[in-house]
Design a protein around this ligand. Structure first.
Ligand SMILES: CC(C)(COP(=O)(O)OP(=O)(O)OC[C@H]1O[C@@H](n2cnc3c(N)ncnc32)[C@H](O)[C@@H]1OP(=O)(O)O)[C@@H](O)C(=O)NCCC(=O)NCCS
Length: 219
């Protein structure tokens, strides 16, 4: 049964929901059968993604390699290392987003990309908002971060709109051709998120009545 996302997350589940219904798309855990749809979306988005997504350098990949990637993500999910979701409109992949356990034992980092035909509609911001709620509801998670290269202005708008605080920047080796090498770090903690995630927060895409979460067969 679909229930409102915030209500569902207040139950503090040990693992994230496999499916979240958001305004305009569904954020859903990938399954192996999604390999062709993911390949199509990535293939159509290569030049849009290339400046800031290092993994694009590995494209094109074969169907078998993409299925292997999905298997790895499945394993990562089961082990709590990374929760990778696709943004779906019916069977079409229109983007991807995930929670990665790579910043600290008690923190999760959000990553996202959106197919160029679907940018500018708030998809990345809505996905990141949902993942923030999900991440902060997991046991032992005290904060969420979003990192982006300073040159990636569109990406920086996402944490800003969600009320994250920019806590600093750090020099890193550029990993993709558009990167300046200055990585901006945005963070939100449980208490500041609880205080700010209201329908009235500035620029925040409020949860709509269609936004809900379902626990899929994976859970
Ligand atoms: C960054 C990205 C995920 C944003 O996705 P999106 O769904 O368009 O994001 P949203 O619609 O939620 O918000 C984007 C914001 O950036 C703004 N924006 C878009 N392009 C911009 C640009 N070139 N300069 C400044 N702002 C820009 C939009 O106007 C919007 O802000 P607003 O709502 O205040 O007007 C998408 O552009 C993308 O996939 N980029 C390539 C992959 C990538 O960089 N991923 C992030 C790595 S850190």
């Amino acid at each position: 049964m679909a229930v409102p996302i915030v209500k569902a997350m207040k139950r503090s589940p040990a693992a994230p929901p496999g499916e979240v219904l958001l305004d305009g798309f569904v954020l859903r855990r990938y399954s192996l059968g999604d390999a062709p749809a993911l390949a199509a979306a990535v293939g159509e988005s290569l030049e849009h993604l290339r400046p800031f997504m290092p993994w694009v350098a590995l494209e094109p990949t074969t169907l078998a390699e993409r299925e292997e990637l999905l298997r790895r993500w499945d394993d990562d999910w089961a082990n709590g290392r990374q929760y990778s979701y696709g943004m779906f409109r019916r069977d079409r992949v229109v983007g991807g987003a995930g929670l990665m356990r790579r910043i600290a034992a008690n923190g999760l980092e959000i990553g996202y990309w959106v197919h160029p035909a679907f940018t500018g509609r708030g998809f990345a911001t809505r996905a990141a908002r949902a993942l923030t709620i999900i991440g902060l509801s997991l046991p032992g998670v005290s904060h969420i971060e979003i990192h982006h290269d300073k040159a990636n202005v569109a990406s920086g708008r996402v944490p800003l709109k969600l009320g994250f605080e920019m806590v600093g920047d750090k020099r890193v080796k550029p990993a993709a051709p558009g990167e300046s090498g200055l990585s901006c770090v945005w963070r939100v903690g449980r208490s500041s998120w609880a205080a700010s995630d209201t329908e009235s927060a500035p620029g925040l895409p409020a949860a709509t009545e269609t936004e809900s979460t379902r626990f899929s067969r994976h859970d």
